[in-house]
Design a protein around this ligand. Structure first.
Ligand code: C5P
Length: 401
């Protein structure tokens, strides 16, 4: 347990705001200092007086309150905290955060901060499932925002489903995790990502449709848990994450060398879609039609299987090696074979057959195959898959060996 930390608690305007008063008490019992910020909508649910009485501190409400600015500007307020917590995080507040609005005190504090942000979403199930909220959630997670909940259950509006704010003890736990340095602090994780390009000649290459989205999301989720991440990526269409040790490569052979170069590591996640072959007789000049009507004969050789090679290292093998298996049929059977053949610890298997929209899309539906068997995860945004995986990696690395 951490103690004596400074928490800026932004209370959004939702029915769950009443739980945030209890949250203030629980955090203070743990020795934390809580500075409440109420949005105008939140004041419809809880009063500034109750928040202030429970926090035993001034409550901040208005961006343009001149007295506040004289005492403490909004920039200072957002930095004078170890963690920003948004609870309840309404659909509107999440939309503002995802789009970088800064038009009231809460959104401006969230934009101006240099600290980590944890949100506890809370809204009606339809609002939670709305594509706009799904998009915003993806973006926020991609930006490194931490989340707790929402939970499934009955709602104040009479409907049932996902959208209930996490319970206070869960939020307190998530705050404690965010305040500690992260379960992966001091751990080094390698992530490969994106496609590889295998040259045919100086201007042509063989490639695949991998965007690098899943690998990038995994690197971000690992960073959020405090890991040092070496990110070895082929030419992806998604920008690499900030804060990683970035190794940009083109070919599978370069990717293998870069991975070996960043070893040793505690864990390695091989999310790259590595080409299986390279062209042995790649030309060093642009190939030209010779007028004979004959097509050039390309000769192929197998690329190194990076996942298998690292999994089978006699010395210096990462404690946990994770591979992906993109399959179009008999997903679990093929992926389980692959796990055994390559010697990795876990395989995240997914169905990329036509119509799933997974390859190059924003969602993924995976089955985690480990020594303990197959565990199907629901269809989730790639950032959510990444967050789950990062949490599982953190749990696995913390188990006694
Ligand atoms: O054999 P297959 O390509 O289906 O295996 C997929 C898994 O193996 C992925 O984790 C991928 O990153 C990894 N792989 C690799 N090197 C290769 C081929 C695949 O690391 N040459």
């Amino acid at each position: 347990m951490t103690t004596g930390k400074r928490i800026l608690l932004i209370i959004g305007g939702g029915i769950a705001a009443f739980k945030s008063l209890d949250l203030i008490r629980r955090l203070r019992e743990r020795g934390h200092r809580v500075t409440p910020v109420l949005t105008p909508a939140a004041e419809q649910f809880v009063t500034p007086l109750s928040a202030s009485a429970l926090a035993a501190r001034k409550v901040y409400r208005d961006l343009f309150d001149l007295t506040d600015e004289a005492e403490m500007g909004h920039i200072e307020l957002s930095r004078d905290a170890d963690l920003l917590v948004v609870a309840p995080a309404t659909a509107d507040l999440m939309a503002k955060m995802a789009n970088g609005h800064a038009n009231d005190l809460a959104s401006t504090l969230l934009m101006a901060t240099d600290k980590r942000v944890l949100i506890a979403p809370s809204m009606n199930v339809r609002m939670w499932e709305h594509p706009a909220t799904r998009r915003n959630m993806e973006r926020l997670q991609g930006d490194g925002v931490l989340t707790v909940g929402p939970n499934e259950g009955p709602m104040a509006c009479g409907e049932y489903g996902f959208g209930r704010m996490a319970e206070v003890p869960e939020i307190v736990d998530a705050i404690e995790t965010a305040l500690s340095d992260g379960p992966l602090k001091g751990r080094h994780v390698i992530v490969t990502s994106g496609p590889t390009h295998e040259p045919i000649d100086p201007v042509r290459y063989i490639a695949n449709r991998s965007s690098g989205a899943q690998g990038t999301a995994i690197a971000q989720a690992l960073l959020a848990l405090g890991a040092r991440v070496s990110f070895v990526t082929g030419p992806a269409s998604v920008a690499p994450p900030h804060g990683v040790d970035l190794r940009q490569v083109e070919t599978a052979r370069e990717m293998r060398d870069a991975v070996r170069d960043v070893l040793p590591a505690d864990a390695a996640v091989f999310a790259a879609a590595v080409a299986d072959w390279h062209v042995v007789n790649a030309a060093d000049r642009k190939m030209k039609k010779d007028g004979s009507g004959r097509a050039p004969a390309l000769e192929f050789a197998e690329n190194p299987d990076i996942l298998a090679e690292i999994s089978q290292l006699e010395t210096g093998r990462p404690e946990l090696v994770v591979g992906f298996a993109a399959e179009t049929n008999d997903v679990v059977a093929h992926a389980s074979d692959k796990r055994a053949r390559k010697g990795c610890d876990w395989i995240l298997a997914n169905d990329v057959s036509e119509g799933t929209g997974i390859m190059g899309g924003s969602e993924n539906e995976v089955t985690l195959i480990s020594g303990a068997g197959a565990e199907a995860w629901p269809r989730l945004g790639k950032a959510e898959v990444a967050q789950r995986l990062a949490e599982r990696i953190a749990a696995a690395l913390s188990e006694p060996r």
